[in-house]
Design a protein around this ligand. Structure first.
Ligand SMILES: NC(=O)c1ccc[n+]([C@@H]2O[C@H](COP(=O)([O-])OP(=O)(O)OC[C@H]3O[C@@H](n4cnc5c(N)ncnc54)[C@H](O)[C@@H]3O)[C@@H](O)[C@H]2O)c1
Length: 345
């Protein structure tokens, strides 16, 4: 297939690009290269004849239309987004621009291209979204595909809006779509201001390891390469106009997650005291959702997908990767806002 992947220089998009090229797909990586992007994430495929890069902002409609006309994709995987909840608290405008208006532009450009080509049934617009659109769970229960939307942060509200637009374009114009809503990802090439890399890098630098509130917030963690695998499966075998929840079946409180990373570091890079001694509880994020948990029955039963690693295995791979790839993360620490406490509101 020829895939147009948006946001392919980011964390998850680059994992999709690397996996898709390794499986023989033609990939056009369309990315504006915002602060969150890093083309080194796709360096391993950059010289492949299957890979092309286009620096395009999804808010630029003429540039999008030109990219569709030039590359004639069989499918779109739309990952480009502003993705950091804390940044959405400080500056929600960029989230409305990219996640809402940008997705609207993507849908219109895809629709124009699809209609202009005789509405091929095989075309797919795969919209990649988050479990955060479902809001916050109490101690029990899991999000299914039928859970009502209840977003509570500017980030999750902007993603929820984009999901609604995608469903509307399927119902109204017949655009062939699939949607996925995934839990928290972690793994190699994770931008250094997100929780897992912050823990690893602050630990290594002897800095306090910040945990919001009491560290009781629970997330369902998924290794990024398992997510990329699930996304390609849904694109190829998922039912038309259907959504799939993707989760790791690995629920952990933030405190448990951080302690697990510290224990792995104690083993791989022993210091003169346990890394967990650096843990520092800090003022909570405003509107911090208490618990997310995914019921992955649909993707498991319909498509036979399961994560390939447990969170213990995935975190160990991730910590090893950060220890071995200082040349990747070091320059990123100098980017705007990285290392600062964002989103205190
Ligand atoms: N990170 C997670 O845990 C997680 C979980 C579920 C779903 N998601 C979703 O997956 C997608 C990717 O997330 P991520 O963590 O890789 O994000 P990321 O912030 O690492 O990467 C986003 C990429 O999109 C690009 N981008 C941003 N604005 C753009 C614009 N206007 N035009 C073109 N490109 C633009 C950036 O340059 C960057 O390369 C997002 O849609 C996000 O909502 C993320």
């Amino acid at each position: 297939m020829k895939l147009l992947v948006t946001g392919g220089a980011g964390f998850i998009g680059s994992a999709v690009v690397r996996l898709a090229v390794s499986r023989g797909h033609d990939v056009v990586n369309l990315d504006a290269l915002t602060y969150a992007a890093c083309l080194d994430n796709v360096a391993s495929v950059a010289s492949s004849p299957l890979y092309t890069f286009e620096q395009v902002d999804i808010c630029d409609m003429p540039a999008l239309e030109a990219a569709f006309a030039k590359h004639q994709p069989d499918a779109v995987m739309h990952l480009a987004a502003e993705s950091h909840v804390d940044r959405s608290i400080d500056g929600p405008g960029a989230f409305i621009e990219t996640n809402v208006i940008g997705t609207y532009n993507m849908l219109q450009a895809a629709r124009g291209y699809w209609e202009g080509n005789g509405k091929p049934e095989s075309f797919r617009f795969h919209h990649i979204s988050t479990d955060e659109v479902f809001g916050s769970l109490g101690a029990k229960g899991q999000f299914t595909e039928e859970t009502p939307y209840d977003p509570r942060s500017p980030y999750s509200a902007s993603k929820a809006s984009s999901d609604h637009l995608v469903r509307a374009w399927a119902e109204t114009y017949g655009l062939p779509v699939v949607l996925t809503n995934c839990s928290n990802n972690y793994g190699p090439f994770h931008f250094p201001e997100k929780l897992v890399p912050v823990v690893i890098l602050n630990a290594l630098h002897g800095k306090p390891i910040p945990i919001y509130g009491k560290g009781e917030n629970v997330r369902d963690w998924l290794y990024v390469e398992d997510h990329a695998d699930a996304l390609l499966l849904v694109l190829q075998d998922g039912m038309l106009n259907r959504s799939y929840n993707i989760g790791g079946e690995n629920e952990l409180s933030n405190l448990e997650l951080v302690q697990m990373i510290c224990t792995i570091l104690d083993k791989l890079r022993p210091a003169n005291k346990p890394y967990a001694d650096q843990i520092k509880f800090v003022t909570d994020r405003p509107g911090h959702d208490m618990r997310y948990a995914i019921d992955p029955s649909r993707i498991r039963e319909e498509l036979g997908w399961r994560p390939s690693v447990t969170v213990e295995q995935g975190l160990e791979k991730t910590v090893r990767w950060y220890l071995d790839n200082e040349a990747w993360w070091k320059p990123l620490l100098d980017r705007s806002g990285v290392g600062e406490r964002l989103g205190k509101a």
